[in-house]
Design a protein around this ligand. Structure first.
Ligand SMILES: [Zn+2]
Length: 301
């Protein structure tokens, strides 16, 4: 069990919802695809850190701030020292030249993860000092995708290549470690300092009235959903879901897209479309949320 789990960011959720409910610009689509890919890579690394048996605290996805500068840590493992990992899910051929990283396909320079970890490490050190902690820090870039190749790869840099990951994790797990109350205090501090609302979001403007309404399939995101008794069925991929679960999922979607929106039976009916009966929606909301107010002024919390 990680000390702090990773969750999908609101930015990734919002862009995914918008992608099914409106036409995103190509740039936004590309940005969404990069976010998705990055998240999938981090989750792949989580599967490996979950297997660690050694005495350690794993903190996933920290967004921290020191001296007005915000920085992100994909994975921090507190053992005797602090181990900072930047996970990259790059796929395909890249090359390394003059301390920079380029994509073979486009020839374009990509953000150098070595620079990223240097900056992150230095900011983390500042943050620790500010709070009276002094632990050694190591920072490493992990290229997680098995289909990643780096030509002219530097030898003496803190990089774990795909073919080295398993060996690295085994060694890491075997290295002796002893945790004390300072380590735990630090983990608690970092979790308390974690910023939940990222200042870096790149979500385009959107309007409730211009978004396509209707329940979407949780697997293939199509709108081809029909209700059969207690089940919502996707005509495109065949996935089935309880009507109640599908409605609750839609309510969550509304809440994330429109924070502060008053959830009423009418708005949920309009948003879900496929569930016709107002009574049925009311019953589902009654069972899962607290009702505030009466009659036409009632909404759910
Ligand atoms: Zn489907």
């Amino acid at each position: 069990m990680p000390f702090k789990s990773r969750i999908k960011s609101d930015e990734l959720k919002i862009l995914s919802y918008l992608n099914t409910r409106m036409n995103l610009l190509e740039d936004d689509k590309q940005y969404l695809s990069n976010l998705k890919k990055g998240f999938e890579g981090e989750v792949m690394f989580d599967l490996l850190t979950e297997k660690l048996q050694c005495n350690c605290l794993v903190l996933n996805d920290l967004l921290l701030k020191v001296n007005n500068t915000t920085f992100q840590i994909d994975t921090l493992i507190i053992k005797d020292a602090l181990h900072f990992f930047e996970v990259k899910n790059f796929q395909g051929d890249y090359y390394y030249e003059d301390n920079e990283l380029y994509s073979n396909k486009s020839g374009n320079e990509v953000l150098n993860p070595l620079g990223q970890i240097q900056r992150g490490e230095s900011l983390l050190r500042k943050l620790l000092h500010k709070h009276g902690f002094n632990f050694p820090i190591t920072a490493t870039v992990v290229f997680i995708n098995p289909e990643f190749t780096l030509y002219q790869a530097p030898k003496n840099k803190p990089i774990i290549y795909p073919t080295q990951i398993n060996g690295f994790m085994e060694n890491f797990d075997r290295a002796p470690s002893k945790l004390n109350s300072r380590h735990r205090k630090l983990a608690e501090l970092l979790v308390s300092l974690h910023i939940t609302k990222s200042p870096f979001t790149q979500v385009p403007a959107y309007d409730y009235h211009l978004l396509k309404k209707g329940n979407t399939c949780s697997v293939c995101h199509s709108f081809s959903m029909i209700v059969e008794g207690r089940i919502c069925r996707c005509l495109k991929c065949g996935h089935e879901e309880l009507v109640e679960a599908a409605v609750l999922r839609s309510v969550e979607e509304l809440r994330i897209l429109f924070p502060g929106i008053k959830i009423t039976t009418n708005i949920v009916r309009e948003w879900c479309r496929v569930v016709e009966s107002k009574k049925r929606i009311g019953r589902i909301l009654d069972n899962n949320y607290k009702i505030v107010g009466v009659h036409q002024w009632a909404f759910y919390e």
